[in-house]
Design a protein around this ligand. Structure first.
Ligand code: TEU
Ligand code: CA
Length: 556
């Protein structure tokens, strides 16, 4: 296995809007991030993935970009950006930028030109089609409800938007589009950034002929994931590698909706012809509802173990895994897989972190995960900001006819806004996130759950993450070792071993509310406990308290 800095790194994702507000307008910003670099350095992370900070009308909070080479007004200026980048590097932290090039904003100058006439030179920068029998060109739905096609009166054609209407899809078959994107990426690299997280990069190559897709849950539209892993996606990424990526020392991770293990072996191949790694979605889809993402289910442990183990073993030696439970699109993992009651919140957050951080791959920590931040207690749809949650609620309770009383708790449990409530810095008003009115409600548990309290308390979730991160930094076994799942059918315990040469470790977690026993294999009984979430417990007695977790390294 070839070594690389991005394999040995731990990444921290910042959603800038919700991270730290420096000027009291209620919206996080770049100067806010710069002011928190000491905190991140203390945590020990190596890389920041910055969700989009580019100019945007914010239909989808920055994932709708109107200028790739300017900073969003609310976030500051390019000078603020340059200062943040420099300060991050001085802290030994690299910066990975979000690259959103499946689509732009409809306010991007390319689209403004494109929609102005059928003969405009930029017409083919986007995907325009004539109506078919007075209707949409095909049955595709948008990921954010409704049709994926929007009729444009002026030129009498529809344009494609797999996401919101304000996010028209770029036409990657047009070499001029690819050139523009690659040149823009090159200019950012020349500025000194350290990599890209590529938004829905698996969707850039649409299937030939744009055929109808199988109908999604809700029954109104075809599934836009028909565009996943399209006919030319690998060719485009190889072109991107040759034109841009190979010229710089970067970390690249593709967000790959609809990726399978076999496809991931191509995107993230060890020969390095495309990307370093992908975000897969199978494991975070296991608690989905009936044909829809919304549900109140917990992540089921046996299928979760099976799935993550499939990825661990399937990519070992041939590609590289990303390891994540949380990001700005996912509900909080402690509410989703753990137990967010006062009794078990901290312990279960630590147990979940243990099983993730001891796997092979590059771990990602999403802001607040290192504090065990929880889902928000939503009571009404009016409290949501996220267009996926809001549109989903109205489409499913409207045309589809679901009972709002049944649907609301499901959206409340899975909404992306659970991840987007402001970072909880301290127990002062608005959790120290802003001196103004926060753009999205602060979770009322900030008086108990906040960074200041946890940094000052050695047995906090924060310090547990810090320790997991430092263990990885000091162990090739943790970074590069092979993986084997033990007790695959156990409904409560997540237990696996890692091995490399004659070194070996055992990672064990009880992800349930029951006390359990674990028969620890003989060779670990005189081993060294690397980390444990109940410090006073001599784990080798085989008893596992609810949500107990530990890692033992075999004695040499
Ligand atoms: O997400 C795309 C994606 O596939 C999902 O995670 C998406 O949020 C889906 O709605 C989940 O049900 C990326 C970004 O991470 C997301 O924030 C953007 O809204 C989206 O692309 C469009 O740019
Ligand atoms: Ca601000």
């Amino acid at each position: 296995m070839d070594k690389a800095w991005w394999k040995e790194s731990v990444v921290y994702q910042i959603y800038p809007r919700s991270f730290a507000d420096s000027n009291g307008d209620g919206i996080g910003d770049l100067n806010g991030i710069t002011s928190k670099l000491d905190y991140l350095q203390k945590l020990g992370i190596d890389v920041i993935w910055l969700s989009p900070v580019y100019k945007s009308p914010n239909a989808d909070n920055g994932y709708d970009i109107s200028d790739y080479e300017a900073i969003m007004d609310e976030f500051g200026t390019m000078e603020d950006y340059d200062r943040m980048l420099k300060a991050a590097h001085e802290h030994g932290i690299r910066i990975v930028m979000d690259l959103v090039v499946n689509h732009t904003s409809d306010e991007h100058k390319w689209f403004i030109e494109s929609r102005s006439s059928r003969t405009n030179p930029k017409r083919d920068y986007y995907i325009w089609r004539d109506p078919v029998d007075g209707h949409e060109p095909n049955n595709w739905g948008s990921c954010f409800s409704g049709s994926a096609w929007k009729f444009d009166e002026k030129t009498g054609q529809y344009y494609l938007h797999l996401f919101a209407e304000k996010q028209p899809d770029l036409n990657w078959t047009n070499p001029k589009v690819r050139r523009e994107v690659f040149d823009m990426m090159t200019r950012w690299c020349e500025k000194g950034i350290d990599g890209f997280r590529m938004d829905v990069i698996s969707l850039i190559s649409k299937p030939d002929g744009l055929p109808d897709a199988p109908v999604m849950g809700g029954g109104l539209y075809g599934d836009p994931n028909i565009c996943a892993n399209g006919p030319h996606v690998h060719e485009y990424l190889q072109e991107m590698r040759n034109t841009v990526l190979s010229k710089f020392d970067l970390m690249t991770v593709g967000e790959c909706a609809g990726v399978t293990l076999e496809e991931a072996k191509k995107y993230a191949n060890a020969a390095g012809t495309e990307l370093n790694m992908v975000f897969q979605f199978e494991h975070v889809g296991l608690d989905g509802g009936d044909g829809i993402k919304w549900s109140t289910k917990k992540l089921p442990l046996v299928p979760l173990k099976e799935n993550l183990s499939k990825w661990q073993n399937g990519l070992d030696g041939v590609a590289w895994n990303s390891l994540y439970f949380c990001n700005h699109d996912q509900p909080r993992i402690v509410s989703r897989l753990g137990n967010d009651s006062d009794q078990y919140r901290e312990r279960s957050a630590k147990a979940i972190a243990t099983v993730l951080h001891m796997m092979q791959g590059t771990p990602y920590v999403y802001q607040g995960e290192e504090l065990g931040m929880t889902n928000y207690p939503w009571t009404s749809v009016d409290e949501f900001n996220d267009l996926e949650s809001v549109n989903g609620y109205y489409e499913l309770t409207g045309k589809v006819g679901m009972d709002p009383k049944e649907l609301f708790p499901m959206i409340a449990h899975k909404s992306r806004d659970n991840a987007r409530t402001p970072m909880q810095w301290d127990d002062s008003e608005n959790a120290g996130f802003t001196t103004g009115k926060p753009w999205l409600a602060v979770n009322p548990n900030y008086t108990k759950v906040n960074a200041k309290e946890q940094v000052s308390r050695p047995d906090s979730v924060f310090h547990y993450y810090r320790k997991l991160i430092s263990l990885r930094h000091s162990s090739e076994l943790i970074v590069y070792g092979h993986y084997e799942l033990l007790l695959p059918d156990d409904p409560d315990l997540f237990v696996y071993r890692r091995y490399l040469g004659d070194e070996e470790l055992l990672c064990a977690a009880n992800l349930s509310e029951h006390a359990r026993t674990l028969d620890i294999p003989e060779r670990f009984r005189d081993g060294r406990v690397l980390i444990q979430n109940i410090p006073e417990h001599d784990v080798k007695d085989g008893n596992m308290a609810p949500y107990e977790a530990y890692v033992i390294r075999k004695a040499r």
